[in-house]
Design a protein around this ligand. Sequence first.
Ligand code: FAD
Length: 441
Amino acid sequence: EKIIIVGAVGGGATSAGQLRFYNKNAIIKIFDRDTVMSYAACGTPYAIGEVIEDEESLLMANPEQFKEKRNIEVHLKHEVTGIDRKEKRIRVKNLETGEQFLESYDKLILSPGGTAVMPDIKGAQTADIFRLRSYNDMLAIKEYIQSHKPQSCTISGAGFIGLEMAENIKELGIDVHLIHKSDYIMSILDEDISREIEKELLLNEVHLQTNAYITEIDQRTQTLSNGDRLETDFIIMSIGLAPNVGLAKDAGLEIGTTGGIMTNDYMQTNDPSIYAIGDATENFDLVTGEPKRVPLAWPAHRQAYIAAKHINGEPIEKKGLLGTSVLKIFNLTVAMTGLNENTLRNLEIPSVSIVHNGNSNAGYYPDHGKLKLKVHYNPDSRKLYGAQCLGTKGVDKRIDVIATAIYAGLTIDDLQALELCYAPPYSSPKDPVNMVGYKAD
Ligand code: FAD
């Protein structure tokens, strides 16, 4: 059997390794148009901020290692330009030589990721503008900072990457202006939680403007939609991710309403020989069953496993996604899972919420922090819908527990009864998760 994979990073490299684990004999080949493979994209903001000193530690593997240890051929600087579904072969272009060739497949896995959106702004070519998607994007930003020694930066878009960059650039001593199009930052959070992050940005002297975006650029000057002008040395665009679906679309594979490649329970597209995984795909929400796209590393790795299992003849069905995620912003951590207030309102799902303001662990223990935990649930069935948590310590574990509870179909009342670990440095005899359950009584 011959399996071809498009994309050699999050989903692609993982599925290749998994396939080899199950099948020692299959021919497995990966093509990626980039110059590096298997890098930890998630670590790139911290390499820019010099929290991670050796950026090469983000490179997890290279083609030689893949060949030697796993007998998997990885062809970098090779772009897949077309899929001939009838003949079951792809068209590949060697980006170094310009040579084009056809490569046959029995199974094809698409893990092409997404592209950071670059809006068309008048005068953009006169400024130093960067995006952060790939390892090479990271190198470009690092090199710029080292050679130009900039004093100031504008970051457009306060989602995960924008916020991680705001922190890391600020920590380098560079003045940061963060602008965001909507009324509050991090639209996947509830407004009250987002406002707390905005306060943390203020405390750390990041200049934030909401309800604003760049309309025009003239070298160091950016004109904003609200009429304001900013003067900064460089710009980072972090306004979103467009799934790379061109290849799939041209091949007649179905694209879903969220813009991702449609996949069935086993990550197959509407062509059973072609699988799609990772940021480029559309999946569904675990709670509502509605189409959902979650461009994060957990889904990419999980879907790589599900596709590999199916190809190996041991199918396991994918589950819906909760979009469980976490972010560090200076001294705060914010984490979330499941549905937020906006989604509940838009889908007209009846819900109530409990907010618990407490401590991460025993208040008499020196190392504790304030913690806010907010949980949404159905007032009749009492089933959990989603949760958000904010604080300086122990935030991620509370959300991980609630993500597990939602997965298991637990109710708000079950949260009282969970026997969670306790000693003063870690929690209280009634954990914040328990407290939410008690408060709902
Ligand atoms: P990618 O890893 O993007 O890989 C796609 C590959 O396909 C690319 O290398 C591309 O060159 C190649 N490709 C595309 N089209 C073609 C073609 N036609 N021919 C050949 N090759 C092609 N997720 C988290 O869960 N937590 C985090 O903290 C986090 N932080 C992040 C921080 C940053 C700065 C970034 C950019 C991402 C972060 N992510 C995080 C997201 C995570 O990295 C992605 O969800 C994951 O990498 C997705 O894997 P993928 O295989 O779908 O796409």
